[in-house]
Design a protein around this ligand. Structure first.
Ligand SMILES: [Fe+2]
Ligand SMILES: [Fe+2]
Length: 176
């Protein structure tokens, strides 16, 4: 996997942890650890895809329908891998892996809507998009923090759970 993937999983893990600590300052070490892992492992299915389809995730040209299907399947593949492990501490990570591409308005991968989306799915969706926008990708340059935060704010109750958008705004207001 490329450096940006490795950076991104750390970035999402740290941000997910901060969102939880901001919302619930008395969260236990175990809870914080399991939320950190939810961020860290949300795209783990991509690592499995990368093994079977080397180079696919780094491809700069547009994806064919078939390639797009494979990439989209990283949610289910990651979920199954994490579930299979049977490790209790990563059950939030399994939910995050499965549901981080769900959208509040029901237009995401599986069409789950609002509070039907698991809590890990809703929290990691915010951290995932915000972290990705703030950094360079092969297909676009990084956005400024202000622009990325504006995007998330404008998509509150559309793509994202409004409660967690508010937490992100609070964190960024307090210096990021
Ligand atoms: Fe993803
Ligand atoms: Fe991601």
């Amino acid at each position: 996997m490329n450096d940006e993937y490795l950076r991104h999983r750390n970035g999402v893990a740290m941000l997910t942890k901060r969102l939880i600590q901001c919302k619930n300052p008395s969260a236990s070490e175990n809870e914080i650890f399991s939320w950190f892992m939810a961020g860290f492992l949300h795209d783990v299915g991509k690592e499995i895809i990368d093994r079977h389809h080397p180079g696919l995730l780094e491809k700069a040209t547009p994806f064919t329908d078939e390639e797009w299907q494979i990439i989209r399947s990283h949610t289910v593949i990651g979920y199954e891998k994490l579930k299979e492990s049977g490790i209790k501490e990563i059950s939030d990570a399994a939910s995050a892996a499965l549901e981080h591409h769900e959208r509040w308005d029901g237009t995401g991968y599986m069409g789950k809507k609002a509070l039907d989306i698991s809590l890990p799915g809703r929290v990691v969706a915010v951290a995932d998009v915000y972290d990705a926008l703030c950094h360079d990708r092969v297909y676009r340059k990084a956005w400024s923090k202000e622009a990325a935060l504006d995007y998330v704010r404008q998509n509150s109750s559309i793509l994202f759970d409004p409660a967690w958008v508010e937490v992100l705004i609070t964190i960024e207001k307090n210096g990021g």
